[in-house]
Design a protein. Structure first.
Ligand SMILES: NC(=O)c1ccc[n+]([C@@H]2O[C@H](COP(=O)([O-])OP(=O)(O)OC[C@H]3O[C@@H](n4cnc5c(N)ncnc54)[C@H](OP(=O)(O)O)[C@@H]3O)[C@@H](O)[C@H]2O)c1
Length: 401
């Protein structure tokens, strides 16, 4: 896939550096001021060297990254609250031009899930956002695979900085301020740690999970309840005295910042939990626990942050995209371009042709999601990488070999 990356921080840098190892080509890389753009693939190493030396990633203006040629936009600019800008506008621009979007930025799906869902409905591009919840941990996709309607509650430890502080306070009997200074020295906590220690970051992740449960269960955005940060009840860890952790320890318990998401609401706050319980992950580790309807409890744990860890979730998302919106997969072996202009493909993949023939069975499992979801029995389907686009109906017409 051709990938445009917005943001050259820990996440954007790792995505750009690792794209090649996942078989993708970075055609644009942008920071807040500039961009490197080349439809044939930018020189990632040169762009990152330039960023280190001059604080600009290329000679072009940053807007040119969005206007360039790409199949997937990786949005890794800072998470902002309220209107979620500029991330929201980046997502809109990509979806309106029928490109896919993979988010690291939590803002658009935590603060404007409904707007985003409607943009997705209007686009042949798809949106994925695994990296926004729990770094490398497959949280969103596990909920999707299991079926959002079959998950009662998603809870977990979703902020590594807060967890590191609580773990150290309990293990060493130290106070919050002391451990925070240590975490800042180690680079585990930001100079301004508010987002992490007051529970906002964990709450945003839980809001995203609540939206996945709500919209995934309802199916139709008109039927779903939207959650934003304003709906979350949030307490942080700032006011927890070291003595509280010592007392909890005497009783075989400990304290963790636990977030909880259901279809009815979001809560985040310090909770007493068993010292040796599943949720008592230590250091910067995260864990997601899903209470399922028929299969008990699922636990997924791992690294919840970091450039390469978050990039791993982004590459998994790219793999999950149904089919490339604009360019043929590299293994097609005919040409790098689809045999049809992109606007034609966008039109074809939107307009199913319901002629009434019962031929849906011939559509392979790799066909477009829109095809599978549509009730049309004849239409244009993407019949797997080898066969390319086909007009599927009584007369099957293959556009590609
Ligand atoms: N770090 C993690 O472990 C992690 C994990 C999961 C999710 N996330 C989310 O992923 C996103 C990126 O995280 P990060 O740690 O890489 O952030 P970061 O280090 O703060 O980097 C943000 C990057 O975005 C660029 N930027 C700002 N405004 C821009 C704009 N309008 N257009 C293009 N680029 C713009 C900045 O440019 P300059 O370089 O010019 O300032 C910077 O390169 C955030 O939303 C974060 O919440 C991060």
């Amino acid at each position: 896939m051709r990938v445009a990356v917005l943001g050259v921080g820990a996440v954007g840098t790792a995505v750009a550096e690792l794209a090649d190892t996942h078989g993708h080509t970075v055609t644009a890389l942008a920071d807040s001021e500039s961009a490197a753009v080349d439809p044939a693939g930018i020189d990632v190493e040169a762009a990152l060297t330039r960023k280190r030396e001059t604080d600009t990633v290329g000679k072009a203006g940053r807007e040119s990254a969005l206007d360039g040629e790409y199949d997937v936009l990786v949005e890794a600019t800072p998470t902002t609250l309220g209107d979620a800008q500029p991330g929201f506008s980046h997502v809109r621009a990509a979806l309106e031009s029928d490109r896919h979007v993979v988010l690291a930025n939590k803002g658009p799906v935590a603060e404007r899930f409904d707007d985003i869902s409607r943009l997705v409905q209007q686009s042949t591009g798809q949106l994925r956002f695994e990296a926004t919840v729990g770094g490398a941990i497959p949280a969103v996709s596990t909920v999707e695979d299991f079926g959002p309607e079959r998950i009662k509650t998603a809870r977990g430890v979703l902020n590594g900085t807060a967890n590191f502080i609580l773990t150290r306070m309990a293990a060493e009997g130290l106070d919050y301020d002391h451990v925070l200074a240590e975490a800042q020295d180690l680079g585990v906590a930001e100079t301004d740690p508010s987002f992490d220690v007051n529970g906002t970051d964990a709450a945003l992740k839980c809001v995203i999970l609540a939206n996945v449960l709500s919209y995934g269960t309802a199916g139709d955005p008109d039927e779903a309840r939207e959650f934003t940060l304003a709906d979350a009840a949030v307490d942080g860890i700032r006011d927890i005295p070291g003595s509280a952790l010592r007392l909890a320890g005497d009783d075989g318990r400990t304290v963790r910042l636990i977030g909880e998401a259901t279809r009815d609401g979001v809560r985040v706050g310090p909770r007493l939990i068993p010292e040796n319980g599943t949720l008592a992950v230590s250091g910067t580790r995260n864990i997601i626990q899903l209470d399922t309807e028929h299969a008990g409890r699922l636990n997924v744990s791992g690294r919840g942050a970091g450039g390469p860890e978050t990039a791993s979730a982004i590459f998994s998302d790219i793999e999950r995209l149904d089919w490339p919106a604009t360019s043929a997969p590299a293994n097609w072996g005919v040409s790098d371009e689809w045999p049809l202009p992109r606007p034609v493909i966008a039109l074809l993949s939107r307009c199913w042709v319901p002629l009434g023939a019962e031929r849906r069975d011939i559509v392979s499992s790799q066909c477009s999601r829109r095809w599978r979801e549509s009730q049309a029995s004849v239409g244009i389907g993407y019949d797997g990488y080898r066969n390319g686009f086909s007009l599927i109906g009584q007369n099957s017409y293959h556009v590609a070999p």
